[in-house]
Design a protein around this ligand. Structure first.
Ligand code: FES
Ligand code: FES
Length: 157
């Protein structure tokens, strides 16, 4: 079936089988590999993208459900030669080890800080509870959120 979808502000089309997930379409048909495929069961958050502005696990959404809708992915963050402040904060805090969880976490943190620029730790933990990281123990991820929050509010972080 043919899917028409707006991705990161651009109209795109893909020919997929009816059972294909949004994640599969993004990665295998449209060359957008930012969203990772780790569990394919909605358990890890590594495939997080925005669908009509709401964070979803792309592995749990059918490509067909994205028909004529707006999808925003990790690739929309930052710009040519300049990383997004959340990405920069992850690097500065040392919150990236194997990196497999990082794209989903960056998307989730960007989503959180767009809604709540100064979240307390309980709010951050709740917001990121769907994003699993097997490497960092989360402390450096929380540091990264604090740095990004400061930067996005115009402080020094
Ligand atoms: S790959 Fe989608 S939640 Fe893990
Ligand atoms: S850095 Fe390896 S899973 Fe998070």
């Amino acid at each position: 079936m043919r899917i028409r979808v707006n991705i990161n502000g651009e109209p795109r089309t893909a020919e997929v089988w009816p059972g294909a997930s949004l994640l599969f379409m993004l990665r295998e048909h449209l060359g957008l590999a930012g969203a990772k495929n780790a569990c394919e069961q909605g358990e890890c958050g590594s495939c997080s993208v925005w669908l009509d502005g709401t964070l979803v696990c792309a592995c749990l959404v059918l490509a067909a459900q994205a028909q004529d809708r707006e999808v925003r992915t990790l690739e929309a963050l930052g710009s040519e030669g300049r990383v997004h402040p959340v990405q920069d904060a992850f690097l500065e805090a040392g919150a990236v080890q194997c990196g497999f969880c990082t794209p989903g976490l960056v998307v989730a943190v960007a989503d959180l800080l767009a809604r709540d620029p100064s979240p307390d730790e309980a709010v951050v933990r709740e917001a990121l509870s769907g994003n699993l990281c097997r490497c960092t123990g989360y402390a450096k991820i929380l540091d990264a959120v604090r740095i990004a929050s400061g930067r996005l509010r115009g402080g020094t972080g």
